[in-house]
Design a protein around this ligand. Structure first.
Ligand code: ADP
Length: 264
């Protein structure tokens, strides 16, 4: 009797300790997030204020200089806007208020539409897009089309954005990872500069940007891959990356048909 009581007391105290540890982790993530947001919002706004001051004080005294100042103000405002959009989406995911609208899509058609659309944009930016869909023609899967479009679009955009125009080719492959529950695998490979081994574990973290990239004016928010990770996980999948410096990176993710999983 006393032994039972001691046992349940111990179990309760363990549970309490675990809950406290979880709360501490949560608080520390939150603090990091707030520090990151304040820093990242302050930078473009300070720049906007500086250039507006410059214009008011008449430093931009030729039409060319004026246009140059306006371009900088516009690109900083655009970045602030993107940061706020990403943050809004991220916090919706963080408090589990994100609703996914899964519908059944034909695999071939859905992915080729995305890649065909992106092909032209990537060609304009100097890279050839090659894609292959190695699944049955009739295969269909339940997913949120807008959200998965966002993941693919971010990965393709990153391939160009973070490689200083060195990427000439992006290869995408859609294949079947499992039959039951239906799981697709998507690989997106670039032949860019690659990511250093010591950085690769952190790239899916919120607000992480490799230092070199942070300094370059590429306009990232450091939220792209952490949002992609959450979207993929909400689709019962995983996302990961392999990279070799000087040779390129491969980003891969899986998508499981949640409806089929429920039936299985
Ligand atoms: P952002 O939202 O700022 O674009 P991400 O979360 O998408 O940031 O990416 C995090 C970091 O991962 C980037 O700062 C960059 O250093 C690195 N990265 C992502 N994709 C690639 C890629 N294809 N090649 C090289 N580096 C990449």
């Amino acid at each position: 009797m006393v032994a039972d009581l001691v046992q349940s007391f111990n179990a309760m105290s363990m549970e309490l300790q675990e809950a406290q540890a979880m709360q501490t982790r949560y608080e520390s993530n939150r603090k990091e997030l707030i520090a990151g947001i304040s820093h990242d919002l302050k930078t473009p706004i300070t720049s906007i204020m500086g250039y507006v001051d410059g214009m008011q004080e008449g430093i931009a005294d030729t039409p060319d200089k004026m246009n140059h100042y306006l371009d900088i103000i516009k690109s900083n405002a655009k970045y602030t806007n993107q940061l706020i959009d990403d943050l809004f989406l991220f916090s919706k995911m963080d408090i589990n208020q994100m609703t996914y609208e899964r519908v059944e899509v034909p695999v071939h058609e859905y992915f080729s539409d995305i890649f065909e659309e992106k092909k032209l944009e990537l060609e304009d930016r100097g890279a050839k897009l090659i894609y292959d869909c190695d699944v049955d023609d009739m295969l269909a899967i339940h997913l949120d089309p807008k959200m998965i479009y966002r993941v693919i679009s971010d990965l393709l955009n990153n391939a160009i954005k973070y490689n200083d125009k060195t990427v000439t080719e992006i290869r995408c492959l859609i294949s079947l990872a499992y039959n039951n529950p239906l799981t697709l695998r998507i690989d997106i490979a670039d032949n860019g500069q690659g990511i250093a081994e010591e950085q690769i574990h952190a790239i899916f973290d919120t607000f992480y940007r490799a230092d070199a990239a942070r300094n370059k004016d590429v306009g990232g928010t450091g939220l792209g891959l952490s949002i992609a990770k959450r979207i993929v996980e909400a689709h019962g999948g995983k996302i990961w990356a392999h990279s070799q410096v000087g040779q390129g990176s491969i980003f891969s993710f899986t998508l499981t048909d949640e409806q089929q999983r429920e039936l299985a």
